[in-house]
Design a protein around this ligand. Sequence first.
Ligand code: SF4
Length: 393
Amino acid sequence: MAATLAFTTAKRLESMSTITSSPQFDLQPYKSLENEELTARIRAVRDQLGPELLILGHHYQQDEVIAEADLRGDSYLLSQNAADSTDCRTIVFCGVHFMAETADILGNRPEKLAERNGQRVNVILPDLAAGCSMADMAAIDQIEDAWEQLGEVLDTDDVTPITYINSAASLKAFVGRHGGMVCTSSNARAALEWAFKRTGRVMFFPDQHLGRNTALGMDISEAQMPVWNPFDDDLGGNTAAALQASKVILWQGHCSVHQMFKAQHVAMFREQHPGIKILVHPECPREVFELADESGSTGKIIKTVEAAPPGSKWAIGTELHLVNRLKQQHPEQEIHFLSPVVCMCATMYRIDLAHLCWVLENLAAGALVNVIEVDEETARWSLVALERMLEVK
Ligand code: SF4
């Protein structure tokens, strides 16, 4: 497991530009400090740097970390906040690497740089090993290879590539260059509708479940959605005929957290808690998504619970930290985690107070560590795809 993580991290780092200056302070001693001391030291740096520093926290972060964030939200909302900020010069992104890349692209887009007389906003990821297992399932060389193979059996001018925001900047740039767009879990349907006005087919990556669940709701059948296996050199494990008959070509990727929710968990909660409602993220597999009463992005899940009357009963299928936080914030409701198995996002969990304090104290001492900077060409094309996403609500 450790070897696999080290390998994926090394691969990811190859594909993104990072600048790590020599830290003034070593990380190791921070790991033995108590949370109370770490929190006090984090707050001291925040006071010292004031509005020049912006700490962003994704909903799936640990409670201790999210408590130190200036803003919390899902990946896109946080990046948008980062992009709109005027005073900040450094963003510390408590999330995973693709989110830091997106913040760098939006925060340093040409008009923002012009407003700041060319001064960049530095985006820091407290632990470079905080990746996303889903994003790691689609590497740019695999996508380019698939596109080339598709070109041998169909007209790729009639295919719009769409990448979920949970993907590396290189994939966002790929879709930008090929007339496609980035989507989120909130606008995936609008993105597909946008694409079908332009071409007869879509290639959707890296999350097969979001692609499938969305397309099924648009009367596209499972038979029209072949799945591309990047490890099968022969048309991703498909026949030419299946690809030619397709409407949406799905990439064989998934979220390791959301794929843990099963149909039997839904059945168990319905049996043991009559009247309970099942609320899931669309990254869940089809059978769970279809059995659920409601579904939506993290933002929608939060709003749905906030709007529910006291006494409502929920079994929620998304990351554990968020569900536990909802449980604490809404004692007037009965909230369960939709799985008997603990499934949290292990890579999000890598960001802890020790890493946060370490990058902040280095920053205060003038040492920038773990800066994520997307190269200019990749950022330019990624921005094209991100701007298309902004236009399609
Ligand atoms: S919850 Fe899933 S999609 Fe989100 S960051 Fe973790 S692995 Fe990636």
